[in-house]
Design a binder for this molecule. Structure first.
Ligand code: CO
Length: 135
């Protein structure tokens, strides 16, 4: 793994959360993006070298909706940048971590992503992400 790429925060109301985090960081989000396959809308803030992702559910099927039902708003996942997501998925599966998707899938912000089940990572939902290189 290369570095922490972003921290994901689950929110109930993205519009309100955008306002709040814009006040907190002293600058607005730089991007808002729907990820239809995951039933979420995301927004991203740049804080110096770091990135924060806010996630709002757009349907009850969303993992974020289920998360908010069971828990409350707050830190949802930590995403780590990797150079070669397939190799890293293979390595981690071999180490006994449970992958939530068998193949990398398209995530927000031009990334291929894979999540690890929190029951195998001390309760932390871990996202692996690799930048999709434009040809
Ligand atoms: Co994320």
């Amino acid at each position: 793994m290369v570095r922490i790429e972003h921290i994901g925060i689950a929110v109930k109301d993205l519009e309100k959360a955008n306002e709040l985090f814009a006040k907190l960081f002293g600058q607005p989000q730089y991007k808002e993006e729907a990820v239809q396959s995951e039933h979420v809308t995301t927004s991203f803030f740049q804080v110096g070298p770091n990135k924060i992702e806010l996630l709002e559910a757009t349907s009850d099927e969303s993992a974020i909706a289920k998360y908010l039902e069971k828990k409350s708003e707050g830190i949802h996942h930590i995403a780590f940048e990797v150079d070669d997501i397939e190799a890293e998925m293979k390595r981690l599966a071999g180490e006994g971590f449970q992958l939530l998707n068998e193949k990398p899938k398209a995530g927000a912000d031009n990334k291929l992503v894979c999540f690890l089940h929190p029951k195998t990572t001390n309760g932390v939902l871990v996202e692996l992400c690799q930048e999709i290189k434009s040809k």
